[in-house]
Design a protein around this ligand. Structure first.
Ligand code: DX5
Ligand code: ZN
Length: 227
């Protein structure tokens, strides 16, 4: 006998899901990016690339020309913290992204716009994800949960690495896991302690920058997150 309710079914899938680790290059040394990537590549599952435009968030990072120069066997997971994901999404896909996510709150009062944006990113032959900052409600992204490959829940406010984990996100992860069977990424303030909390809540992809790249033993750091 299998699980009967949708909720039980989703829960049973969850236990079969491996925890994946996505090191965020925001904390790497941009002057020797490819060398730094080599140090985590054998142990990681995805390479998380934070794109910031100085408009949607106050910080500016990198564009498609840098992504094009990244040498890695890992799938490149581009997290767009920009005001115009549809304008720049194709450039990142061409530059080598395998996954592209953008912030759902850009379409907070425009459900059709959100659906359209997801469909457009999907056409780029990448996995598509929607992101929410800690103060944004799941209601915003509910219209696209059956269309996206993954959801990224921010556990800090998008814009900078090295911030402190916001524990209120745990309830949101639990609520999302009840209604969504795809990958749930969590991003911000992830370390060996917070990793355990978010996985218990239902997340299965952990994005971590500072904890991995500032660690003396990056292999060990990644393994401690998987545990
Ligand atoms: C923050 C970025 C994160 C950041 C996480 O806006 O989206 O990916 O790199 O960094 P840590 O792990 O240092 O909180
Ligand atoms: Zn990120």
């Amino acid at each position: 006998m299998g699980a009967d309710t949708k909720e039980e079914l989703i829960r049973s899938w969850r236990f079969k899901m491996d925890v994946k680790i996505a090191p965020s290059i925001l904390s790497a040394d941009f002057g020797r990016l490819n060398e730094d990537i080599k140090t985590i590549e054998p142990y990681a599952d995805l390479l998380h690339v934070d794109v910031m435009d100085g408009n949607f968030v106050p910080n500016i990072t990198i564009g498609p020309c840098v992504v094009r120069k990244i040498k890695t066997k890992l799938p490149i997971d581009v997290h767009l913290m920009i005001s115009e994901p549809l304008k720049y999404g194709p450039e990142f896909a061409k530059a080598g992204a395998s996954m592209i996510s953008f912030h759902g709150e850009l379409f907070e009062s425009d459900k059709d716009g959100l659906v359209h944006a997801v469909e457009e990113i999907k056409k780029l032959n990448v996995k598509v994800g929607v992101v929410l900052n800690p103060d944004k409600r799941l209601e915003i992204i509910k219209p696209v949960l059956d269309k996206v490959d993954f959801v990224l829940l921010m556990s800090v406010y998008a814009g900078f690495g090295g911030q402190k984990f916001i524990p209120e996100v745990l309830e949101k992860i639990k609520d999302l896991r009840k209604i969504f069977s795809g990958d749930i990424q969590v991003d911000g303030g992830i370390n060996d302690k917070t990793a355990e909390l978010v996985v218990k809540a239902g997340a299965n992809v952990l994005v971590a920058g500072t904890y991995i790249f500032d660690s003396k033993d990056r292999k060990k750091a990644i393994e401690s997150l998987k545990r």
